[in-house]
Design a protein around this ligand. Sequence first.
Ligand code: SME
Length: 150
Amino acid sequence: MNSEAILQTTKEIVNSDASRDEKLLNICKLLNESIEYYNWVGFYFANQETKTLHLGPYIGAETDHTIIPFGKGICGQVAVSNENFVVPDVAAQDNYIACSFTVKSEIVVPLFVNGVNIGQIDIDSHIINPFKEEDELLLQSINQEVAKLF
Ligand code: SME
């Protein structure tokens, strides 16, 4: 499935009758099944009072990192920077939280609702340096659709 088709299916999921968490899970499934190097796909959501991220729906291996303080790891840094973070090789990162030795690279794209960073989509890959500008653009567009759920 190309980016356009993935985005179209995402819109259909957003407009479906499912609950918000089911929709988020279906979007994770869609991405995981459509792009072979998207090996773990999940959403984290920010709690601004406690300055922590909380794991939402995801597809892939179970993770111990269900709560991540702002500033910690790739996810925690994105909670603070409000910028996409593409990590071609996780071994080269100091501030990285390892979930599994099988993960070689990661991309995190913030989720904005009315200009506020409320969370993020996080994708891990088992190969080195798979993420290109097209991935950032796709995930930004997906997050614009996801924002309509909030
Ligand atoms: N690697 C992430 C932690 C979350 S897992 O990838 C699911 C990080 O460094 O923030």
